[in-house]
Design a protein around this ligand. Structure first.
Ligand code: BLA
Length: 242
């Protein structure tokens, strides 16, 4: 394998959303896409209205053999305390390096929460054992908004023995199958708290986002700042503790 077909991954994601009742909604002009003539790159963004979700965004960046990105975050409605779906797949063509992070991002690190929502991901993780790079992140805190079963690959694509589209397909199917109240002792998180936790997710993610420098160098600082604040993590500018 010498590259990853990002259009195929994007199609898989869109097909999966559509078959679960999702409809595309318009993204503000200027944010919907941005072209870097100097660096021969394009970034495109989409928003989906999906039953059971408050917000579902997708970003695809294509800078040829330099970098390819598929990034997506799905925030469930506040009445649903299930994990946030987090997808970050990057390919650095010159180094032939793949970074793939797929997770059901937990709102809280709690044993019962894990018992309720992570059975499927646990099984996937066991089946795809080589997508198990050492889970010590350099930028993010692996114990905050990441699960113990995060699917994480950081390495040469030649060394990846599983097909990424295959892993992705199973990962998405597993997320759709999340059911609530599987275990008796499970107490749902109050919607007000879900809201606070999702706000904190945006604050934390905007602060840590390793892509800001990348956006800045390709599309300029103004666009990058606006993009991170208004599209990637819009709740990051809302203050809490109320
Ligand atoms: C790593 N993600 C990265 C890196 C970049 C991005 C440039 C560093 C890769 C490297 O040099 O090794 C890129 N992040 C992006 C892009 C966007 C973004 C393009 O937000 C937005 C369009 N990141 C997420 C989500 C998850 C995530 C949803 O945005 C969860 C699945 C995880 N990205 C994640 C992790 C790393 C990473 C865990 C490794 C960084 C580390 O070691 O701490």
């Amino acid at each position: 394998m010498d590259s990853i077909n990002f259009e195929e991954l994007l199609n898989q994601l869109e097909t999966s959303i559509v078959s679960n009742g999702g409809k595309q909604v318009e993204v503000e002009t200027g944010i919907d896409q941005c072209i870097s003539l100097k660096n021969k790159a394009i970034i495109k963004n989409w928003l989906w209205d999906v039953p059971g979700f408050r917000r579902w965004r997708i970003t695809r960046m294509d800078a040829g053999s330099k970098i390819q990105v598929l990034n997506s975050v799905a925030y469930p409605s506040y009445i649903n305390d299930k994990p946030i779906l987090g997808i970050d797949i990057l390919w650095f063509g010159l180094k032939k390096k793949l970074v793939a992070v797929l997770d059901f991002q937990p709102l809280i690190q709690d044993e019962n929460y894990f018992l309720n929502y992570y059975n499927g991901l646990k099984i996937l993780k066991r089946n795809f054992h080589d997508l198990n790079s050492n889970r010590s992140f350099k930028i993010y805190d692996s114990n905050r908004y990441f699960s113990p079963w995060v699917i994480f690959y950081n390495g040469l694509i030649d060394d990846l023995s599983h097909s990424l589209p295959d892993v992705f397909e199973q990962f998405l199917n597993t997320y759709w199958q999340l059911e609530q109240y599987k275990i008796n002792e499970y107490n749902k998180i109050d919607p007000n708290d879900v809201k606070k936790l999702q706000i904190n997710y945006d604050i934390y993610s905007a602060e840590k986002d390793p892509a800001h420098g990348l956006f800045k160098s390709y599309f300029g600082i103004e666009w990058a700042d606006d993009f991170v604040q208004t599209f990637l993590f819009p709740l990051s500018s809302i203050h809490q503790n109320k």
